[in-house]
Design a binder for this molecule. Structure first.
Ligand SMILES: O=C[C@H](O)[C@H](O)[C@H](O)COP(=O)(O)O
Length: 221
């Protein structure tokens, strides 16, 4: 059983005709976008905003109507994945590098539905390295400031090249191992000049849908 797929497809049940929908990024959100595409082919009438160039491309191929932010005030529902989810529904996101657009879209959404497989549920955030998006200028010093917050920062690379986000920035993956106060850490990181945003999503998820390998689905609100 594909636990990511069943969670993602359940979330799509919440999308109704006429809604503006935020499309997440990653291997779980992928299944939600596929399902939305299938429903659009069957006549569902929605407009969408994508959180990455990858998801935008997928949506375009499926015939999902995409609109720019200039044409909307609010997004009704966003369906997105996560790298870790704690018991308070706080999240680490950005494993796929899309955290900044994801956070902008999430903050503009009436409802953020997170779709994950069971492996993403944790008691404490932090085993997954926290992605931090930063501008290139002066990044060496920005990284040292991050390190002083108690993590081991690693500049993200793909093959041998430095990873560049859809926004033209770097990502540094911060190995904290355990994050005791996610809200405080979120604010401290975002206070560092050069940091654009970090992958902690605090009090943003309205609902988390968990898919289990045995086919079960659980919803947390
Ligand atoms: O930047 C990527 C996103 O935050 C993803 O939603 C997150 O990394 C989870 O991805 P996946 O569903 O592939 O595990």
């Amino acid at each position: 059983m594909n636990a990511k797929k069943i969670a993602a497809e359940r979330a799509v049940d919440y999308i109704k005709d006429g809604m503006i929908v935020g499309l997440g990024t990653g291997s779980t959100a992928y299944w939600a976008i596929e399902k939305i595409g299938a429903k659009v082919r069957e006549g569902l009438n929605i407009k969408a905003v994508a959180t990455s160039l990858r998801s935008e491309e997928q949506a375009r191929k499926l015939g999902i109507k995409l609109i720019p932010f200039s044409e909307i005030d609010k997004i009704d529902i966003t369906i997105d994945g996560a790298d870790e989810v704690d018991q308070d529904l706080n999240l680490i996101k950005g494993g796929g590098g899309a955290l900044l657009r994801e956070k902008i879209v999430a903050a503009a959404s009436r409802q953020l539905i997170i779709v994950v497989d069971e492996s993403k549920m944790v008691d404490k955030l932090g085993a997954f390295p926290l992605p931090v998006e930063m501008v290139k200028f002066g990044y060496e010093i920005t990284v040292r400031k991050l390190q002083s917050l108690g993590c081991e920062p690693v500049l993200r690379k793909v093959d041998n090249d430095t990873y560049i986000t859809d926004n033209g920035n770097f990502i540094v993956d911060c190995h904290f191992k355990r994050i005791d106060n996610p809200s405080e850490l979120h604010n401290k990181i975002n206070m560092i000049p050069g940091v654009v945003d970090n992958g902690l999503f605090i009090n943003m998820a309205a609902k988390v849908i968990i898919g289990y390998n045995n086919g079960d689905i659980k919803e947390l609100i």
